[in-house]
Write a protein that binds this ligand. Structure first.
Ligand code: HSE
Length: 398
């Protein structure tokens, strides 16, 4: 019998308890042992839940119980998740998490501590919800030369963009739906401002480069500035707009970013709709590989958590663990080069931006604004060319 404790009985915690209970036989067969949920830690009580008798409010009881071998931290947030993880690892318990914030901030420290304590720290559910992506990257891809890992990493924003593009739903009402379906973070600003995707691209970039960037160093933009005119412009050129996280490794140096990108409809990422996420790895000699599945929600995320649990039960520390360390030495975003969609007000164009126009394809020239696709240029070159002019929109092209 493998005794576990679940920290947090929200969307993911209750999904994990349900999956372990509903699929008891499958999990026992594949994990080689029965799982007993001995404790569920939460601030609240759940008198109507079938797990009501497991709920406790005191973490010390878990950390001091020698029968508990695995702690499943699905609370979210950095604190007290950080303190609880350190205490569990030091007490010789393996830790599994879906909490991308704590992995992005402290994953390097937890991995080192787990190794020192002879236990596992696993976080498959922290990126891509239910999509198996971390284990396959570590065990099946990392021996290639990876030049990029990129993806649609936030289910909430992808759901909102899909509703806006395909069904004409308003931003606010699509966000409300995503919250109702349990996709959004407790503070949905983390979704719509790109913070959640930033944490995930920090983790993915660390997996392939072994360097974990401080999240504050990663250029991050959300989806709140996308205008109806930009949606029309993307449609007009046979493209869509997606919030994309990119980790690019060039000459051994990584660069990471999150921003809305214009994605041509012939690229696989453009076809990823609704709550679905996708992670694409570009590597030599492998070529391009794409992982696709539900990026949020109770059942999908629980599946990834339980896959970590079964790996711990069957292979423990023998299963390949990621290795990375905190590192500020990332390539400067100023040097990131791509084509860009710009919308400029007519007066700006006429007054100062002639050179930019001459080097671009104009896709719309209306009464109030001009929309164009620039030639490839770096962030620094664009800033110089724009001078004091603030574009109405600037969206990079994938
Ligand atoms: N809020 C996140 C999302 C949950 O929408 O993708 C899964 O990490």
């Amino acid at each position: 019998m493998t005794n576990i404790a679940i920290l947090g009985f929200g969307v993911v915690g209750s999904g994990v308890a349900k999956l372990i209970t509903d699929n008891k036989n499958e999990v026992a067969k594949l994990g080689g042992d029965e799982i007993n949920i001995k404790y569920i830690l939460d601030l609240r009580d759940f008198p109507d839940s079938p797990f009501a008798d497991k709920v406790i409010h005191n973490y010390d009881k878990i950390v001091n119980d020698p029968e508990i071998s695995v702690v499943v931290e699905v609370m979210g947030g950095s604190h007290p998740a950080y303190e609880y993880t350190v205490a569990a690892l030091k007490a010789g318990k393996s830790v599994i998490t879906s909490n991308k914030e704590v992995v992005a901030n402290f994953g390097d420290e937890f991995l080192a501590l787990a190794k020192e304590c002879g236990v596992c720290y696993r976080f498959e559910a922290s990126v891509g919800g239910g999509i198996p992506v971390i284990s396959p990257i570590i065990s099946c891809i990392k021996h290639n030369k990876v030049s990029e890992v990129r993806g649609i990493l936030n289910g909430t924003t992808n759901y909102i963009l899909t509703q806006m593009f395909t069904y004409g739903q308003s931003f606010e009402s699509a966000l409300k739906d995503a919250q109702k379906k349990g996709y959004a973070e407790s503070n949905p600003d983390a979704d719509i401002l790109g913070t959640d995707a930033c944490r995930k691209i920090a983790i993915l970039t660390a997996l392939v480069s072994e360097k974990l960037a401080p999240v504050s160093d990663i250029h991050t933009e959300g989806i709140t500035k996308i205008r109806d005119n930009d949606v029309s412009a993307a449609n007009k050129i046979g493209a869509t707009i997606k919030l994309v996280g990119r980790g690019i490794i060039k000459n051994g140096k990584p660069m990471a970013m999150v921003a809305p990108f214009i994605v041509p409809t012939d690229m696989p990422l453009s076809q990823v709709s609704g709550v679905y996420n996708a992670v694409e790895v570009v590597a030599e000699p492998l070529g391009n590989v794409m992982f696709y599945g539900q990026g949020a929600g109770a059942g999908a995320t629980a599946s990834a958590v339980v896959s970590d649990l079964m790996q711990i039960m069957t292979t423990g520390t023998a299963y390949p663990a990621p290795v990375f360390e905190k590192c500020g030495d990332f390539a400067s975003f100023d040097n990131f080069s791509c084509k860009r969609y710009l919308a400029l007000s007519k007066s700006d164009v006429e007054a100062v931006l002639k050179t930019l126009i001459e080097n671009s394809d104009v896709i719309y020239d209306g009464e109030d604004e001009v929309q164009l696709i620039t030639s490839e240029m770096t962030e620094a070159e664009l800033t110089k060319m724009l001078g004091d002019t603030k574009p109405l929109s600037h969206i990079r092209m994938l």
